[in-house]
Design a protein around this ligand. Structure first.
Ligand SMILES: [Zn+2]
Length: 397
């Protein structure tokens, strides 16, 4: 039964059927999880009566189930619709600096498993393929799930990915620049492969499950050892022609600044990135530090480390102001290790953003965006990789 359901679903989710009303409803459910008929009508642009008829048909064929959702506070539970969790599964895989991570979820957006695989710093594609396949096999066995129900595998990579599936220069896993992801993983997995850079995946996770649910225009700012970013406009993550859109860490702030790994000078990442902050803090304290410890000690009241984070927020806000002028977001989601500093970072960031961007606070044209900390500081990349499959974003063909 489960196999038959997922065969139908695979068909409905494929690009060939993109314009049929039924496929539009299925894809709205796949992308948004449990939603009301009214929300589906809004997302798909279909008439409410058409949506109701389609939902009844899909329920009869067991592709869709009714679920109760309850808003926080009082009120009766509302009826929402979701894809049948038994209709299929999706995998998200993070190819990190020295680990891979695999998240398994069903098509109703429930996370079933989350497994980290430690790897040596310079791991190769062949090794990654072997251990990831082994881990996937173990997860399906452990949860007694059919591998045939797997709809696709999404990869979050620490570098931009061209439309032909190759990882572009600048990936932070040594030796992976130029690697063809599809050719590497498809023979072993035998499933459709999706891929995007880490911060685009993080934005997708926040949009589907986290701080930016229901927000169509936002910027994700990943403030960590390096700086990443993603731009979401009209509900879509921008990839750009070469897959590098949203790389806010490489906005030029100082033409006479240090040389950056990207080959330019004075990039935002060099002016306020975690790596530079750690160097300053280590020089000051005469001991080695990590970013989470730096943040922890600032939160515990170390005035010097607070100042270091405040200054980084001020510089980051200046860079983000440029992005804000161009894209006019409603929200800025801060993720990465520094996001844990919360207002120590966010308050100066918001203040300098307001100083340098076009639309000011209380303007007749609008207001400053809301600055919020992301919901998934620990596994946003990997969760978003699952989202690549559910939203059909970043498919490698
Ligand atoms: Zn740069």
């Amino acid at each position: 039964m489960a196999n038959m359901i997922s065969d139908d679903l695979r068909g409905l989710l494929s690009e060939r059927h993109v314009d049929s009303p039924v496929a539009r409803v299925v894809r709205a459910l796949s992308g948004h999880g449990a939603v009301s008929a009214a929300q589906i009508a809004r997302t798909t642009g279909l008439a409410r009566s058409t949506v109701s008829t389609i939902l009844s048909d899909l329920k009869r064929s067991s592709l869709v189930v009714e679920v109760e959702t309850r808003s926080p506070g009082v009120g009766r539970p509302a009826i929402a619709h979701s894809l049948n969790p038994e209709a299929g599964t999706c995998l998200g895989v993070l190819l990190g600096r020295n680990e891979a991570r695999v998240v398994l979820a069903d098509v109703a957006h429930n996370v079933i498993a989350d497994v980290a695989i430690p790897l040596e710093r310079d791991y190769r594609p062949e090794k990654a393929t072997r251990v990831i396949k082994q881990t996937i096999d173990n997860i399906y066995k452990e949860h007694s799930l059919p591998f045939s129900g797997l709809l696709g595998v999404g990869f979050a990579v620490s570098g931009a990915i061209a439309a032909n599936g190759r990882i572009l220069r600048g990936a932070s896993i040594p030796g992976w620049s130029g690697v063809d992801l599809r050719a590497t993983f498809e023979p072993a997995l035998q499933k459709p492969i999706f891929a995007d850079k880490e911060s685009n995946c993080a934005a997708l996770a926040e949009m589907m499950w986290g701080a930016a649910v229901g927000v169509e225009d936002f910027v994700l700012f990943k403030h960590d050892v390096t700086i990443g970013g993603a731009i979401v406009a009209n509900g879509r993550v921008l990839s750009g022609y070469a897959g590098t859109a949203g790389e806010v860490g490489h906005i030029m702030l100082n033409p006479h600044g240090d040389l950056c790994s990207c080959g330019n000078r004075g990039c935002l990442e060099l002016e306020c990135g975690g790596s530079q902050m750690i160097s300053v803090a280590e020089r000051r304290g005469g001991r080695s530090l990590t970013l989470p410890i730096l943040v922890q000690e600032a939160l515990a009241g170390d005035i010097g480390l607070r100042r270091l984070i405040e200054d980084a927020g001020d510089v980051a806000g200046r860079g983000l102001a440029t992005v804000g002028t161009l894209f006019n977001p409603r929200m800025i989601v801060i993720s990465g290790a520094l996001a844990a500093a919360d207002d120590i970072l966010l308050a100066p960031m918001r203040a300098s953003y307001g100083k340098y961007t076009l639309v000011k606070s209380g303007d007749v044209d609008g207001d400053l965006p809301t600055f919020v900390v992301g919901k998934f500081l620990d596994n946003d990349n990997c969760l978003g990789a699952v989202g690549l499959v559910l939203r059909h974003h970043g498919r490698l063909i």
